[in-house]
Design a protein around this ligand. Structure first.
Ligand code: AQP
Length: 328
């Protein structure tokens, strides 16, 4: 039996190269080695206000992006979270064993809630519990995510261990897979922040479907620092970030890159980086046009049917262990 992977992305905004380099490319690389479940987590998306028509459209667009990135529906299971209601059910169960204190420590709630506890949604607060349910339903061994999800994953592990200890083993305790390079691609405008779909500054993120001109403009406007040398130095996060993207897009080693840019200026780096990103994105942007809505819906329906069988078995086991039974 293959070990299992679960991961997902929210159909909010457009995916950016951070989502791709931190998560999606690893999903593609790992899909044959593991039995893989890749979810479009639309129930997570509604923890912040969404326009219904846009959310509907973005949900299908995200499926298109998964396929264009190289996720093979013959190999991996691709589905929409809300098509498998067990996600919401298990989230309720886990909310009964999760503690307020551990949720209060989650930094993403603080960031996305903008520090305003009075106005922040309860769903935003309990978001990591739904994420734990997503993962634990599938008896997941490995969860490939970016660095921003590390804390949430630790909570998933804690909840699995707590349930297993108190009620008997129902869950595999999942391990994170956080890539050594690319797990935290930074905003091009503020290297103190990660690149994010919901960043208010459109120049902060390079989206996977950006036109070549837009990519070049965004890179040209990227903030740098007061130094002059082009080297991988973590104490200079803006340049380090640009070099990391260059490294991941070209496959050249850090040493090769430093030698290549020796004696050259930031303008030169930005021009070559833009070319590398545009080149990297070209086949992906071509492939994205290949999938029509009817085909996507078919894949998603099939995926949900497969996911539901595993999810139901886990939830039934959880209910039995807890004594949650209906009339017979
Ligand atoms: N900047 C990043 N660098 C590396 N990985 C990243 N991820 C997100 N941002 C970066 C990883 O992408 C996967 C999917 O993310 P998500 O859709 O769940 O949303 P998120 O983590 O909340 O990312 P965003 O882009 O910042 O979206 P919004 O603005 O909607 O919140 C995850 O594995 C994530 O770690």
């Amino acid at each position: 039996m293959k070990r299992r992977i679960f991961s997902g992305a929210q159909p909010t905004g457009s995916l950016h190269i951070g989502n791709y380099l931190g998560a999606l490319r690893n999903w593609v690389d790992l899909q044959s080695e593991y039995e893989s479940f890749y979810c479009i987590v639309n129930l997570h998306a509604i923890t912040l206000p969404q326009d219904p028509a846009t959310l509907r459209q973005k949900t299908l667009d995200l499926a298109r992006i998964y396929l264009a990135a190289g996720i093979d529906p013959e190999v991996s299971t691709i589905f929409i979270q809300s098509d498998v209601s067990e996600h919401a059910e298990l989230a309720w169960v886990l909310s009964s064993i999760a503690r307020m204190g551990e949720l209060e420590r989650m930094t993403q709630f603080k960031d996305k809630g903008k520090g305003n506890r009075e106005r922040a949604g309860v769903g935003l607060f309990t978001y990591p519990i739904l994420m734990a349910a997503d993962i634990l339903l599938y008896q997941t061994h490995l969860v490939p995510v970016g660095k921003d999800q590390k804390q949430h994953l630790e909570l998933s592990r804690d909840l699995a261990e707590r349930f297993n200890r108190d009620y008997g083993t129902a869950f595999v305790v999942p391990d994170p897979f956080i890539p050594p390079v690319g797990a935290n691609i930074l905003s091009l405008q503020d290297p103190a922040k990660k690149m994010s779909k919901s960043d208010e500054n459109p120049n902060a993120s390079i989206f996977l479907l950006d036109e070549p001109d837009t990519i070049a403009k965004k890179i040209k406007r990227a903030v740098t620092d007061s130094g002059t040398t082009i080297v991988f130095d973590e104490s200079r996060p803006a340049i380090h970030n640009l070099l990391t993207i260059y490294h991941l897009m070209t496959g050249k080693s850090a040493n090769e890159i430093e030698v290549h840019f020796q004696g050259k200026g930031y303008g030169h780096l930005k021009t070559e980086l833009a070319e590398a990103v545009v080149e990297f994105m070209k086949p992906f942007q071509e492939r994205v046009k290949d999938f029509d809505d009817a085909h996507l819906n078919e894949i998603l329906k099939k995926g949900a049917a497969k996911a539901r069988i595993i999810a139901r078995a886990t939830l039934d086991d959880v209910y039995t262990k807890m004594g949650v039974v209906g009339a017979t």
